[in-house]
Design a protein around this ligand. Structure first.
Ligand SMILES: Nc1ncnc2c1ncn2[C@@H]1O[C@H](COP(=O)(O)OP(=O)(O)OP(=O)(O)O)[C@@H](O)[C@H]1O
Length: 230
């Protein structure tokens, strides 16, 4: 009996995207990433890194081409179906973090498990453990997110993204405000959590020193010419 072929975590083919205002275009011939692989993406400012992440997590839809995430055809799904897939399976850390200013650190963290439909008591316990491992101690948990420094907010954002144990984690410059000790702790917690849950990671950063943490690295120029990470 032969093994069933494994479904890639990410599989894109001849993907094209441009904004309504025109001018700039993203053309990606192909990219395949398998479950559990961790990819570091770099590129000069304006090369399309954030646009690529928005496509991969279904916030925007490609103009043409095919984009499969865990076998789901994102290029064919409605906006609400893409939102539902993201809530259940994709953890995202946006460059702007998108924390709710008036909610506490703990409630911001819990939002992801709420949208994923997970058990509240289990989620609260796991959220507290994650926050602690990221160096955010109990005295901060009930403060509004806006009372935190940007580096602390970045750690809340990764805790929120990791909480529901996503199958795909997408992070856009999530460590830009962290000092080196907190950045290293952040990377260790993020990747240990990802490995424990078989989660695929796509991580965008300008910080070249972080490439040591990843299985593969690519720049946007390589992606635009169809270079594969393996
Ligand atoms: N909402 C938008 N409408 C029109 N053009 C946009 C929009 N967002 C980005 N762009 C353009 O698309 C291109 C890619 O932008 P994107 O933000 O993806 O780049 P980036 O590599 O993430 O940049 P940075 O490293 O500075 O964050 C740029 O030329 C940018 O001006």
């Amino acid at each position: 009996m032969t093994d069933k072929p494994k479904i890639p975590a990410i599989d894109l083919k001849q993907l094209q995207f441009y904004y309504q205002s025109g001018g700039w275009q993203l053309n990606l011939p192909g990219l395949t990433l398998h479950c559990g692989q961790h990819l570091f993406v770099r590129g000069v400012s304006g090369s399309g890194k954030t646009t690529l992440l928005n496509l991969l997590c279904g916030i925007t839809r490609p103009v043409s081409g095919e984009l499969y995430v865990n076998g789901q055809p994102l290029h064919q799904l409605s906006s609400s179906a893409r939102d539902s897939l993201r809530a259940k399976h994709i953890g995202v850390v946006f460059q702007q973090l998108n924390l709710i200013p008036y909610l506490s650190v703990l409630d911001n963290t819990l939002l992801s498990s709420h949208f994923a439909g997970q058990n509240k008591t289990d989620s609260v316990n796991r959220a507290k453990t994650l926050l602690q491992r990221l160096g955010l101690q109990q005295d901060l948990w009930h403060k509004p997110a806006t009372n935190l420094s940007v580096g602390q907010q970045q750690r809340v954002a990764i805790a929120r993204a990791l909480l529901p144990k996503p199958t795909l984690l997408i992070a856009d410059e999530p460590t830009s405000a962290l000092d080196s000790d907190n950045r290293d702790a952040f990377m260790r917690v993020m990747l240990a959590e990802a490995d424990a849950n078989g989660c695929t990671v796509i991580f965008v950063s300008h910080d070249q020193s972080l490439t040591q943490y990843f299985h593969y690295q690519l720049d946007m120029q390589q992606l635009a010419t169809g270079v594969q990470p393996c």
